[in-house]
Design a protein around this ligand. Structure first.
Ligand SMILES: [Zn+2]
Length: 411
């Protein structure tokens, strides 16, 4: 009897009784268990008590955390019950989530590791395929999302898109500017997906939204205007800077094409190498790159002009809203007269978005936090490679950046 209690303790079992412990043919430890009477005959989906339907498919096994260096499996009956809401379902067991071949502690540990260590570490340590990790994360995240309402108390949010599968597919993500957390994500990038978020938020909570930051895409802004007409719309600074960097690159390529056409191979070669010094922020330049930049200044007017235009636009975000407004207007003047088609076009875009750009500065959204979370989410899309579905990717993102990651078992 005493030995049995040690086993329950060792496995972290609650609400269950250990009946027997045996060693399988491959040396794995098999622990026969049953739910204690309070936990018996409950619906696997809603955990409500209901009548026994039949014996189901007999005995079932669940992979538990290793015992030292040894595989461990729990084994128990898996009867079916008849729930008033869910019909005939396999009865709930206290040691595992519904429809899982793993125990709850095993899954919690996998989720924790997936959030905190490398892909190979999770798979090797837990002896599971990365694909199965994806399915585990989905179960853990969906349970956590039922328990914690991340959409409560939102005032200032950011809506953005994240690409995955090499840019072929997209997620729409919503972050809370106050907590810095990811609060919602769904596959797709269209107006309908954004409206789905506001549906999930509900009318009452939509009224509480004061500010929405996003890029300049109309699929977001039109949905925002419809669902939260009173919220102020801000344009995310890093999208603005991103457009300026694109424009600069267009100028660089044009100058390079022209140099090649003119047979100026040395200049063409130099320009290829110039790519990094015009992209980088000035304070991060190496001495070599600085030298290169001053060379560009001497030899290539248009490219240097484009560089200064990008840099000055970046400067706007270092200023107070009042000063930024002035600088932005003089920037727009300069860009319009720059004779660089890419920047003339950018000036048009920015003129159309002017109020949203200034609003972002006014509300202090020019900080790096949004961008940082964005970068981290992009890293997750790379880690999620090998998962079978977008849902698994979303689960990993919600666990890691929505604050839903469970603690390690027993802590
Ligand atoms: Zn039920």
């Amino acid at each position: 009897m005493r030995g049995i209690r040690v086993w329950a303790r060792l496995l972290g079992l609650q609400g269950a009784v250990v009946e027997d412990v045996t060693v399988g043919v491959e040396g794995e430890v098999i622990v026969a268990v049953r739910p204690c009477w309070r936990e018996r005959d409950r619906c696997g989906r809603c955990r409500r008590r209901c009548g026994r339907y039949d014996g189901g498919e007999g005995r079932r096994r669940w992979r538990a955390l290793d015992l030292g260096a040894t595989f461990c499996l729990l084994e128990a009956d898996a009867p079916r019950v008849s729930c008033r809401r869910h019909g005939v379902v396999v009865a709930a067991v206290p040691w595992a989530r519904h429809d899982s071949r793993f125990t709850r502690s095993f899954e919690d540990q996998v989720a924790w590791l997936a959030c905190n260590t490398s892909k190979t570490a999770v798979a090797e340590l837990q002896r599971v395929a990365w694909r199965s990790v994806g399915q585990i994360l989905e179960r853990v995240a969906s349970e956590a999302r039922r328990q914690v309402d991340l959409l409560d108390g939102l005032r200032r949010i950011g809506i953005d898109e994240i690409s995955y599968r090499k840019g072929q597919k997209y997620l729409t993500v919503v972050v809370d500017h106050h907590s810095g957390r990811l609060v919602w994500a769904a596959p797709g990038r269209d107006r309908q997906t954004v409206l789905e978020f506001f549906d999930a938020l509900g009318q009452e909570r939509c009224k509480q939204i004061e500010l929405v930051s996003c890029d300049m895409a109309s699929w977001i802004s039109s949905a925002v205007a419809e669902a939260v007409p009173d919220a102020e719309r801000c344009v995310d600074p890093f999208h603005v800077i991103g457009l300026a960097t694109d424009a600069l690159d267009e100028v660089r390529r044009e100058v390079w094409r022209q140099a090649r056409k003119d047979g100026n191979t040395q200049l063409a070669k130099d320009l290829k190498g110039a790519r990094f010094c015009v992209w980088k922020n000035p304070q991060h330049l190496t001495d070599n790159q600085r030298a290169k930049l001053s060379e560009i200044q001497k030899t290539n007017g248009p490219l240097y002009r484009a560089y200064l235009l990008k840099e000055q636009l970046r400067q706007i975000y270092q200023l107070s809203a009042r000063k930024a407004e002035k600088l932005l207007d003089s920037w727009l003047d300069w860009a319009r007269r720059s004779r660089l088609p890419a920047f003339v076009k950018l000036a048009r875009t920015i003129t159309a978005q002017r109020s949203g750009i200034i609003a972002a500065i006014k509300h202090g959204l020019s900080n790096a936090r949004v961008e940082q979370l964005n970068g981290q989410l992009r890293l997750i899309t790379r880690r999620a490679f090998g998962f079978h579905s977008a849902e698994a990717l979303i689960a990993l993102a919600m666990l890691k950046h929505g604050g839903l990651c469970p603690p390690l078992p027993g802590r």
